[in-house]
Design a protein around this ligand. Structure first.
Ligand code: 5GP
Length: 196
């Protein structure tokens, strides 16, 4: 998606450790017009699929998933939580994942009442690196016996293995921008051609 690639080129910064910082429009300050356009693009890419619900993970997935939902007939958005709380009552699906950016393990929790057997789910998230976060959401989908219609990602780091693994596993994965390489010294970012 050209608009997203241009924003990454203009406002993204490359940090040591293969981290791309896009907090000016995606991870801290949110550009809702861009989010809206991303939602429209996912709707185009997943056209013809039955989508009953969008599943994402807090925190950065929430904004993009909510804007995207407007393009999928205002379907509900469920976001997995990363901490237990007294507000999380009832039966839960839980798993644990390792965070690439935070370099620690954390739980992924979804209340059972928000994912029903047989529902058709689109998983959305901001970044795909090694695929740990997505595999956590996929585990929960399997536990809940929902149908994973597809996975939409804003920024896939194509030089890390997550995307390759998920495509090999047969998931219909569509990334709006695939970063092919990035250089922290030069600050340069290159994209794979026409990812989605
Ligand atoms: P994975 O589990 O695929 O290794 O990493 C995905 C998660 O880690 C995303 O949900 C995102 O929050 C975070 N992440 C991974 N790589 C980056 C990155 O380069 N930049 C930012 N901002 N977040 C990242």
């Amino acid at each position: 998606m050209q608009e997203l690639e241009e924003r990454i080129r203009r406002q993204g910064t490359v940090k040591p450790g293969n981290v791309l910082k896009v907090d000016a429009f995606l991870n801290h300050q949110c550009d809702v017009r861009l989010f809206d356009h991303m939602g429209a693009e996912w709707a185009r890419l997943f056209a013809g699929h039955q989508i009953d619900k969008i599943l994402t993970i807090e925190a950065s997935g929430i904004g993009i998933a909510c804007m995207a939902a407007r393009h999928f007939g205002d379907v509900p958005v469920v976001f997995a939580k990363k901490t237990q709380s007294i507000n999380l009552d009832g039966d839960q699906y839980t798993t644990r994942i390792y965070s690439f950016t935070k370099q620690r393990e954390y739980p992924v929790i979804v209340a059972k009442r928000f994912l029903k057997e047989g529902e058709h789910v689109l998983i959305l998230d901001d970044f795909l690196a090694k695929g740990n976060a997505l595999h956590g959401l996929i585990d929960i989908c399997h536990d809940a016996k929902v149908v994973i219609e597809g996975i939409g990602i804003a920024v896939e780091k194509g030089f890390q293995e997550g995307g390759r693994t998920l495509r090999k596993e047969g998931y219909n994965l569509k990334s709006l921008a695939i970063v092919e390489s990035m250089d922290p010294d030069q600050g340069t970012i290159t994209f794979a051609p026409n990812p989605a």
